[in-house]
Design a protein around this ligand. Structure first.
Ligand SMILES: Cc1cc2nc3c(=O)[nH]c(=O)nc-3n(C[C@H](O)[C@H](O)[C@H](O)COP(=O)(O)OP(=O)(O)OC[C@H]3O[C@@H](n4cnc5c(N)ncnc54)[C@H](O)[C@@H]3O)c2cc1C
Length: 491
């Protein structure tokens, strides 16, 4: 397992954890909450992709907010750095300690209780270590819907989702993770607990502090609880897989779909033929929904909380009419509407398994970027040409949450090329991709965050003013720089 790159700044080096401190940690969290054995620590110290590995003197697993607070206070008083971790599925290395990290890793996994569900008020209060899928199921059990949905939902945790301000496949209608939150409880780097666990839709009492911690990737404090918003359960859902002429057609289809569906577009995911084939190669048990003479496909889902009434026109009737119209325009070449839950699940599993299939395929480069939706065709076209100019045998695998203007602009290395050789090209490829994104007014990180992987890119593309404000906030909340140091920013 390769180590992560050397840490970016000697000032992130924290004080070592002494044997006396280990005993104090044990007194706070008990034997169940302290992992010291090197082998047992390993799953927490390597990232999901298996490309980063770090160190920690101990993995600490508190059972409640009071224990988190006491652990953080102890670390604060001793100048010991903390890396917070949820489900460890983040893709930017934010949850992986640096190789020279001498502090602790704090895992939220034992804090996994749903504390309260308020179906009437459409809200749910949960601990940070709840698995995302458990929360979706809990909401469904109350005939409510928690919309955050992504490929890692079986193992990622809500604290991690909020700390990365995760996106996923329902952003188009419901917004990204920060839009799904009413209140937070956070342990600050001093160990003090900020109780912002309010279930209020309206609260204009000064700065909205909760938004500081969402997307902060654990650099400003540890999210311990959240009040989440719930929605009515979709009762009429129609999922379709479309073979389309090109990427411009995808943007036009989406634009027309809003009105045609009576504002019921839930998801719109662009898939390249290459991505579908990649998934079918590596993930067993999936069927190709549709093969046509085109490189581009669209997974389009409409959903409504209004159940389909007998005799009334449902979403699938409207979708059929819409697809017929789009066939006539030439944007859609062929399409299939899922007739069963299993067919719909198959379509979604293909989309959600791309990360897993890419990991199995071998070394690659992936850029999680966003531009205005209307600029996506131009970006894909110019971006692929620019990358092929640098490495003509690299294999493009583009896909994305096209309705959010978010592309996973991904490439697999040329057949037979090892990771080390591919790495020699990555700096040049990253520069052309990100320069193009910047020139088109886009973002170099749409939903995965910065972590370790994009620190240099953030410093390169964000203005001095923005970086100064970020550093000012970080220094004010964490003057000792113990909270996930060396992630997002160099201080
Ligand atoms: C197969 C797959 C598909 C994915 N699909 C998507 C997608 O569609 N959209 C998307 O946005 N992302 C996606 N991701 C990445 C996504 O960011 C994570 O899956 C998820 O949001 C992170 O949650 P986690 O609990 O695993 O956090 P971790 O990986 O454990 O941590 C992520 C960051 O948050 C910090 N952190 C974790 N918990 C806390 C806490 N309680 N308080 C403070 N800081 C904390 C960590 O220090 C780290 O910086 C995908 C990942 C995989 C593996």
């Amino acid at each position: 397992m390769p180590d992560a790159a050397a840490s970016p700044d000697p000032r992130i080096a924290s004080a070592p954890v002494t044997s006396g401190m280990l005993e104090s940690l044990r007194a706070i969290v008990g034997d169940k909450g302290l992992i010291l054995d090197e082998h047992d620590k390993q799953p927490f110290l390597t990232d999901w992709r298996g490309s980063l590995a770090g160190r920690a003197a101990a993995v600490v697993r508190p059972a409640n907010t009071e224990e988190v607070s006491n652990v953080v206070k102890l670390c604060h008083d001793n100048g010991v750095a903390i890396v917070p971790q949820g489900g460890n599925t983040g893709l930017m290395g934010g949850a992986t300690p640096w190789p020279d990290h001498t502090g602790i890793l704090l895992s939220l996994g034992r804090m996994n209780r749903v504390l309260h569900v308020d179906p009437v008020g459409y809200a749910m209060t949960v601990e940070a270590g709840c698995i995302l899928q458990t929360l979706q199921e809990t909401a469904a059990g109350h005939d409510r819907f928690f919309p955050l949905s992504l490929g890692a939902q079986g193992s990622c945790m809500i604290g991690g989702n909020l700390s990365t301000n995760a996106g996923g496949v329902q952003v188009l209608r419901y917004g990204n993770a920060r839009n799904l939150v009413l209140g937070l409880e956070v342990v600050l780097p001093s160990g003090e607990v900020w109780d912002g666990l309010r279930a209020l839709k309206k609260d204009n009492t000064g700065y909205d502090l909760k938004h500081l911690f969402m997307g902060a990737e654990g650099t400003l404090g540890i999210i311990t609880k959240a009040v989440l918003k719930l929605w009515p359960t979709p009762k009429d859902v129609c999922t379709a897989w479309l073979a389309i002429r090109d990427v411009k057609a995808a943007v036009d289809i989406l634009s027309a779909a809003y009105a045609a569906s009576d504002d019921n577009v839930g998801s719109c995911e662009l898939m390249s033929r290459a991505c579908t084939d990649l998934v079918l190669r590596h993930v067993p048990g999936l069927q190709d929904p549709l093969k046509a003479e085109t490189d581009w496909y669209l997974l389009l889902e409409w959903s409504s909380s209004r159940p389909r009434q007998d005799g009334a026109t449902g979403l699938s009737d409207k979708m059929e009419q819409f697809l017929a119209d789009q066939l006539e325009t030439g944007r859609v070449l062929n399409a299939v509407i899922a007739q069963t839950e299993a067919q719909s699940r198959n379509m979604w599993r293909i989309r959600e398994s791309v990360a897993e299939a890419s990991r199995a395929e071998g070394p690659g480069l992936s850029y999680d970027v966003s531009v205005a939706v209307s600029k996506i065709p131009e970006f894909i076209d110019q971006g692929i040409k620019a990358v092929l100019d640098i490495l003509p045998t690299i294999r493009p695998y583009p896909l994305g949450h096209i309705g959010d203007g978010n592309l996973h602009f991904s490439f697999m290395g040329p057949v037979g090329m090892d990771r080390q050789t591919l790495t020699q090209y990555s700096a040049a490829i990253t520069r052309v991709v990100n320069d193009l994104i910047a020139a088109m007014g886009g973002s170099i990180s749409a939903e995965h965050g910065i972590g370790i992987e994009k620190i240099d890119e953030l410093a390169h593309y964000r203005s001095k003013t923005e970086l100064d404000v970020m550093r000012t906030i970080k220094r004010a909340l964490d003057p000792k720089n113990i909270m996930n140091p060396g992630k997002i920013l160099r201080i």
